[in-house]
Design a protein around this ligand. Structure first.
Ligand code: GSH
Length: 212
């Protein structure tokens, strides 16, 4: 039986999400670390983005498509419920995570620290400051949503949480967002609970090396 291969740096939030999906489904997988735009990624994703997946004859790009495959091809708890209204609610928040949370949390803010693009490699304070209003607004929306039923899309862990948790986990390592999260009672409790979840813990990327 072919093994599922998840190709992409484990540090990417989207790679982490797909690996959590494997763990939730009980699908063993091998993680093949690879940066975007490297040959094994380019062979599958037309724009060289991670994650990509191989499983026997099946190769896929785009995390949502990979998660759909994992959910349908394997037994195990459904990542998206069967009920039409509940499924649409989960898809709504998956879409929100990809199109609103990821740009505000990861692209605009986290990457200003991780890939500052400055001559000395230090974060550009103006770029960080410019990201904060949207970040604060977004975390406020998420805090209110999670306050309703305990998870992003209802009262149980779903694909929507699989997308959100890696974004919050990486934000929780940086100063301004850590402070915002600490002040968001629903969101901070949620994050701590999800970080202790087996599927999240077992796929977590290694912590960044200490500075200095
Ligand atoms: N919509 C894609 C987004 C994937 C994505 O943006 N991955 C980032 C790493 S987290 C990447 O490969 N960036 C390189 C690039 O955009 O060129 C998915 O859900 O898989």
């Amino acid at each position: 039986m072919a093994q599922v291969e998840i190709i992409g740096s484990p540090l990417s939030n989207y790679v982490w999400s797909v690996r959590i999906a494997c763990a939730e489904k009980g699908v063993p997988h091998v993680s093949r670390p690879a940066r975007p735009h490297t040959p094994e990624v380019d062979a599958i994703h037309p724009l060289g983005r991670i994650p990509v997946m191989r499983h026997g004859d099946v190769s896929l790009f785009e995390s949502r498509a990979i998660c759909a495959y994992l959910d349908r091809a394997f037994e195990g708890p459904m990542l998206v419920p069967g009920d039409a209204a509940q499924a649409a609610g989960v898809e709504q928040w998956v879409s929100f995570a990809i199109t609103a949370a990821d740009p505000a949390i990861v692209r605009a803010y986290v990457l200003a620290y991780l890939f500052p693009g400055t001559p000395d490699g230090a974060p550009d304070p103006k770029r960080v400051a410019a990201a904060l209003p949207a970040l604060e607004k977004l975390l406020g929306v998420l805090d209110a949503q999670i306050g309703k039923a305990g998870y992003l899309a209802g009262a149980s862990f779903t694909l929507a949480d699989i997308y959100l948790v890696p974004m919050l986990a990486v934000a929780n390592r940086l100063p301004e967002s850590k402070q915002m999260l600490a002040g968001s009672a629903n969101l901070s409790g949620y994050l701590q609970r999800q970080l202790a979840r087996d599927s999240v813990k077992s796929t977590a990327p290694p912590p960044p090396p200490p500075k200095g």
